[in-house]
Write a protein that binds this ligand. Sequence first.
Ligand code: SF4
Ligand code: SF4
Length: 255
Amino acid sequence: MKPRVAVHKFTSCDGCQLAFLNLGEDLLVLSELVEIVHFAEAGPVDPDAQVDIAFVEGSVSTPHEIDRIKRIRTNSRFLITIGACATAGGLQALRNLADGGEWIAEIYARPEHIHSLATSTAISRHVDVDLELWGCPVNGRQVITAIRALLFGVVPQQDRDKVCMECKRQQTVCVMVAKGIPCMGPVTLTGCGAICPRYGRDCYACYGPAENPNTDAIARRFEGLGLLPRDIVRRFEFINNAAPVFADAGKKYHD
Ligand code: SF4
Ligand code: SF4
């Protein structure tokens, strides 16, 4: 019997599911190896199916999602989060730093119809997670690598280097050294292939914090490049604002 796979959506933009769909021919090969039983964006719908691997995109930001993630955990042998929303709470976790109810009242004509929690949180805050794949969006290669490892019964290996290391491997000119652009590469987990520096722009840390990131040193470097404290806060409090390392680094520069 083929291993059964589900892809679930929580609060998110769907970009990580699109990364799955963008696998193209690899997705067809994958569909020969596994049975995709739930993937609403691609067709099959069976949200309560028992599966071997459940991929989860998106953060928990409604009461309904708390119940749903617990059911999915019960029904899944392995649960893998895909993307910044599922792994750290996503951009929408900025509301954890504000009064979300006030925002809702300002934006919606009938705020009483909006049933959301005061916070947006990572999936691991609610259930055990077997593997976290970072990125906004996650890339398809990571997903395929994780599935292949699990099919062979081994623990998926993750790249733990910093984006800087990937730049060096590819002989990409450092945008911070050469152009004085404040780049988050020295504190960011690689996995994207250092796409942004390859195109001459700074990394904005969509893959989340690397292991042992020296956030104090990079913040001092940003000061040296002329960034004001509020700009340094924004570097850390962006897509992965709720990742604890970035949240702590941002707090130090709040007024
Ligand atoms: S991590 Fe980024 S691309 Fe993926 S669902 Fe969240 S916002 Fe979209
Ligand atoms: S270089 Fe940085 S911002 Fe760009 S895709 Fe990679 S991790 Fe994300």
